[in-house]
Design a protein around this ligand. Structure first.
Ligand code: Q9C
Ligand code: ZN
Length: 342
């Protein structure tokens, strides 16, 4: 299988993540892509290609223009305001406050556009987010042109990013942007299957009232896990989208027996939908040793996931989301992809 990769994704190298009241080096770090690409090479998964550049039009087909331009200038505005650390919000438009007037000063704007505080903004974030989206779109175009699968080694990840909000390490929702481009280029229906440990709140929210994108997600129960405020089983879509959003929240400690049974149900739902394209939001943070997650998949399980996805028999685009057990991130990711190829 072809991999799309760019060194430009490493332009985001934040120093800080707010974690347990301390500032630590982010779990979502640039070495993640180095380790995965080394494993792609070591296993001869297939050719590695650089992405094309698509500019902001496909991003603006999903995200709010004010949000995109905020991300473009946020770091400069933050620095110009004399802030000494990386950019982290401290207040949000929460219940009973005004969410309809956007502040015009960086300390307020950042709370308007952030959905969580762990993800610091730093120099290079916007460039890396754009590179990540270019990778997703290049991989998409390959799948659409050939019918063959492709892997977009996206970083930063995308599935927590909503129309006008970043957080959970995500800025541009690569899977949503790719799904929209597929529709714009002739696909009638696209399914997004999200197997990252965390609920893909951004992707769900973007397509919640639509029937041309089916969103199906397996994830840690939001009663216990990030993003906490979305991802319950009773979120099934609204309006035309009713029935086209499917959540499978699973308890902490879930191992592969239960997880894979749920995956088969999710695949069966995707199959009934008969999409022209399947986009898999690939997180390997379901791994037993992931430092921020609580499922118990082992490395061999990822190979089996790939095999099960192959049996579904659809044109498939894989896009990287989470996975923070750095030592095994290459093995786990490439196991999944080579399981699909086998
Ligand atoms: N400081 C993705 O997997 N919570 N995002 C962090 C540790 C945020 C995960 C808790 C987790 C975000 C793409
Ligand atoms: Zn995740």
């Amino acid at each position: 299988m072809l991999t799309f990769h760019s060194e430009r994704t490493k332009k985001r190298d934040a120093m800080t993540e707010l974690d347990g009241g301390r500032l630590v080096r982010p779990f979502e770090c640039p070495e993640r892509v180095d380790i995965i690409i080394d494993r792609v090479r070591a296993t001869d998964l297939g050719e590695i290609r650089a992405p094309e550049e698509y500019g902001l039009d496909p991003v603006l087909a999903i995200h709010d223009a004010g949000y995109v331009h905020f991300l473009e200038r946020a770091w400069d505005d933050w620095s110009a305001a004399g802030m000494e650390g990386e950019a982290i919000p401290t207040i949000w438009p929460t219940r009973r406050m005004r969410g309809d007037v956007i502040p015009d000063t960086i300390a307020g704007e950042i709370g308007y556009y952030a959905l969580a505080a762990e993800t610091s903004l730093c120099a290079g974030t916007f460039e890396a987010a754009q590179a990540s989206t270019d990778i997703a779109l290049s991989a998409l175009d390959h799948v659409m042109a050939t019918g063959n699968p492709a892997f977009g080694l996206c970083r930063p990840p995308g599935h927590h990013a909503a129309v006008d909000q970043y957080g959970g390490y995500c800025f541009f929702n690569n899977a949503a942007i790719a799904a929209q481009r597929a529709l714009d280029r002739g696909a009638a229906k696209v399914a997004v299957l999200d197997i990252d440990f965390h609920h893909g709140n951004g992707t769900q929210d973007i397509f919640y009232d639509r029937d041309d994108v089916l969103f199906v997600s397996l994830h840690g129960d939001p009663r216990q896990e990030f993003p906490f405020f979305l991802g319950h089983a009773d979120e099934t879509g609204t309006g035309a989208g009713r029935g086209f959003n499917v959540n499978y929240p699973l308890p902490s400690g879930t191992g592969y027996a239960d997880w894979s049974e749920t995956l088969d149900e999710a695949i069966a739902r995707v199959h009934r939908y008969q999409p022209d394209l399947l986009i898999v939001s690939v997180g390997v943070d379901t791994f037993e040793h992931d430092p921020i997650s609580s499922f118990r998949l082992i490395s061999e399980d990822f190979t089996d996931i790939g095999r099960r996805l192959r049996r579904a028999g659809m044109p498939t685009l894989f896009l990287m989301e989470g996975g923070y057990a750095i030592a095994e991130i290459g093995i786990n990711t490439v196991n999944l992809l080579s399981g699909f190829d086998s």
